[in-house]
Design a protein around this ligand. Structure first.
Ligand SMILES: [Mg+2]
Length: 265
């Protein structure tokens, strides 16, 4: 019997999926990658391969997750305490000292997440051009800009703009981004760092020690000598602009990791 084109397509995909699952298993073994790291790699690859097929990506994500579909039980102590199974701790990336957020969804299910602490200490310094938007001229917002900014706001007690663009110009650009729904309204009021010289020396940020600041910038040449550790590099947002650009998500992962490290140190 000759398969229909749909059947042939399903067969092709299933073959690809099982080959992919084998490769992922080998990756995890050889590189000692965590499940989250592998999921990220697989997701990036798949998003690049099939930008429109989210369900396919989700299927692979769930297939490559050995904990998916499993249930654990833990007994409550008389005081209401419970030990989270190690698989769940690993799955959520929990370390001793982390907080857990429990949320009751509207459908009645309860979701367990890692609570991301506000350090109240780390200051996030953001570059503008080729980091958040294309340039001050074209002003294309980078994909996921709104979500990125909102997450940053939850992570950091203070956010500043550290850009070569003059403050008055930034305010105008920010207003446009807010008006078109690409940035949350508070973005217009962000503090702008006044600075001079060839590098973005974090000592220009008022009332902030350089070791308490993180700079997100696409250009290495702006990083002040000796402050390389404080820099989170972002791929430049440049033509040809691509709707599947996920650089801000990657930056967010790195920022969460830094906030977590800071709160553990
Ligand atoms: Mg830049």
């Amino acid at each position: 019997m000759i398969p229909t084109p749909e059947q042939a397509e399903i067969f092709r995909r299933n073959t690809e999926l099982s080959e992919l699952a084998d490769q992922v298993a080998q990756l995890m073994k050889h590189h000692r990658l965590t499940e989250d790291e592998v999921t990220h790699v697989v997701r990036d690859v798949l998003v690049a391969m099939t930008p429109r097929d989210e369900s396919f990506v989700d299927r692979v994500k769930s297939m490559t997750r050995p904990t998916a579909g499993r249930t654990w039980q833990a007994t409550l102590t008389p005081t209401g305490g419970v030990t989270l199974p190690s698989e769940i701790r690993q799955h959520l990336g929990l370390l001793p000292g982390d907080s857990v957020a429990l949320q009751v969804q509207t459908d009645g299910t309860t979701v367990v997440r890692k609570a991301v602490p506000k350090t109240g200490q780390l200051v996030l310094a953001l570059d503008l051009e080729a980091t958040l938007i294309s340039s001050a001229v074209s002003q294309f917002p980078r994909p996921m800009l709104f979500e990125f900014l909102e997450h940053c706001r939850a992570l950091f007690a203070r956010i500043v703009m550290f850009t070569t663009i003059r403050e008055e110009r930034f305010r105008v650009i920010a207003k446009t981004l807010v008006d078109e729904g690409s940035a949350p309204s508070w973005f217009q009021q962000l503090e702008c760092v006044a600075w001079t010289g060839p590098t973005k020396d974090l000592r220009f940020i008022p009332n902030c020690a350089p070791e308490d600041a993180v700079l997100v910038d696409d250009l290495a040449s702006y990083v002040h000598p000796g402050q390389e550790e404080r820099w989170v590099q972002v791929e430049p947002f440049e033509p040809p602009f691509n709707g599947s650009d996920r650089a801000l998500e990657k930056v967010l992962d790195e920022l969460e990791e830094r906030v977590r490290r800071q709160s553990h140190s």
